[in-house]
Design a protein around this ligand. Structure first.
Ligand code: AMP
Length: 156
């Protein structure tokens, strides 16, 4: 468990924890693969969130997932960009969280993911928690803890 004073200090940056859905680039589950390819290339994000018309979170999509699907034995079949949709290729098993402030759990999950999708109890996409923002919070805490708390070793 995270020590309670550290936890309190980590949570001082709570307004920075989640990038709200309104600022997150997404693609629709029904979009063509070609459209998603363009969005991913232009926005330069490694992976993007997939939602549906009701703003329900549906999965995640990366350029690698697309190119992997285009690959045939001896060529890349770009016609599939028009034939397939995002739903055909997206990843659906990435971890999803409901609480952006569950720091301990989220830190563990962010060891293997560069971001986590946040959904509400109805599955509506709310935003993302990124490894970068959480690392900034950890960095802030490491640098400022000594200014707020006096630290004495237990076995002195
Ligand atoms: P970062 O930690 O800021 O480099 O973000 C890690 C990953 O989170 C990026 O590679 C994207 O896949 C995703 N990401 C971060 N910010 C956004 C955003 N505003 N819209 C969509 N995806 C994002």
């Amino acid at each position: 468990m995270i020590e309670k004073h550290l936890q309190e200090m980590l949570l001082r940056r709570r307004d920075k924890f989640m990038i709200p859905a309104s600022l997150v680039a997404t693609v629709n589950v029904n979009n063509s693969l070609g459209h998603a390819f363009l969005v991913l290339t232009k926005d330069r994000y490694a992976k993007i969130i997939v939602v549906d018309n009701e703003n329900l979170y549906r999965g995640q999509l990366s350029l690698a997932m697309i190119t992997d699907r285009l690959l045939e034995t001896d060529r890349i079949n770009v016609e599939k960009l028009n034939e397939l949709t995002v739903a055909d290729v997206m990843q659906t098993d990435a971890p999803v969280i409901q609480d952006p402030f569950a720091i301990e759990k989220n830190l563990h999950l962010l060891l293997d993911q560069s971001f986590l999708a946040v959904v509400n109890k109805d599955g509506i996409f709310c935003g993302i928690v990124t490894r970068r923002e959480l690392l900034k919070t950890v960095n802030y805490t490491l640098h400022n803890f000594g200014e707020t708390y006096k630290i004495t070793p237990k076995n002195k």
